[in-house]
Design a protein around this ligand. Structure first.
Ligand SMILES: CC(C)(COP(=O)(O)OP(=O)(O)OC[C@H]1O[C@@H](n2cnc3c(N)ncnc32)[C@H](O)[C@@H]1OP(=O)(O)O)[C@@H](O)C(=O)NCCC(=O)NCCS
Length: 154
């Protein structure tokens, strides 16, 4: 993955930058405290990919582990000027390939039902709705749980 990093290697500076990027553009950004939790391992093992363009952070993808053979896609975020460029697809496919080689068989995620662009993106990449989660993002804001069964490596 371009600029791929594990949290173990994440410096305080890039953690700060990641958190600012998230709060600027993500629909439901995490608090700094939550990012610190991920960074110090309280959320379990995580895999973070960061993409820089001209030294500017333009993309991130973050996975945790849902169960021993399922990756949990916590976040994918590409800066507005890079959306529609194919960068999101590259981030997702490279991460999925990494998971496949690590013997994971599926990816799980939650997305707000009203986030039509993200939903279209996931469905285009083989993700299917498992269940609706009423009020998952707050009152009147429903979520959808999605799953993608990763193709078997030949
Ligand atoms: C979700 C995200 C990573 C997708 O990346 P992207 O570069 O925008 O993805 P794409 O350009 O492939 O767009 C996905 C699809 O949505 C379609 N789309 C674009 N705008 C749309 C809109 N307003 N409503 C519905 N669909 C839309 C696109 O046409 C495309 O489908 P197509 O390839 O068949 O034409 C990116 O939009 C993003 O970072 N969003 C903000 C963070 C976020 O919401 N992350 C997901 C939270 S779970």
């Amino acid at each position: 993955m371009t600029g791929h990093k594990h949290f173990a290697d994440l410096s305080q500076a890039s953690l700060e930058e990641t958190s600012i990027f998230d709060s600027k553009y993500f629909p439901n950004p995490w608090t700094k405290a939550k990012w610190n939790q991920v960074s110090n391992g309280e959320l379990g093992p995580c895999m973070l990919g960061l993409v820089y363009k001209d030294k500017r952070l333009v993309g991130l993808i973050l996975f945790g582990i849902a169960d021993p053979d399922t990756g949990h896609l916590y976040k994918i975020l590409v800066s507005p000027d890079e959306q529609g460029s194919g960068l999101s697809q590259e981030l997702l496919l490279r991460s999925e390939s990494h998971l496949q080689h690590g013997k994971y068989i599926s990816v799980y995620l939650e997305v707000e039902q009203s986030n039509l662009r993200a939903l279209a993106f996931y469905q285009k990449h083989g993700y299917q709705v498992l269940v609706k989660k009423k009020g998952f993002y707050g009152a009147g804001r429903d979520g959808l749980a999605l799953e993608h069964i990763l193709p078997k490596l030949v």
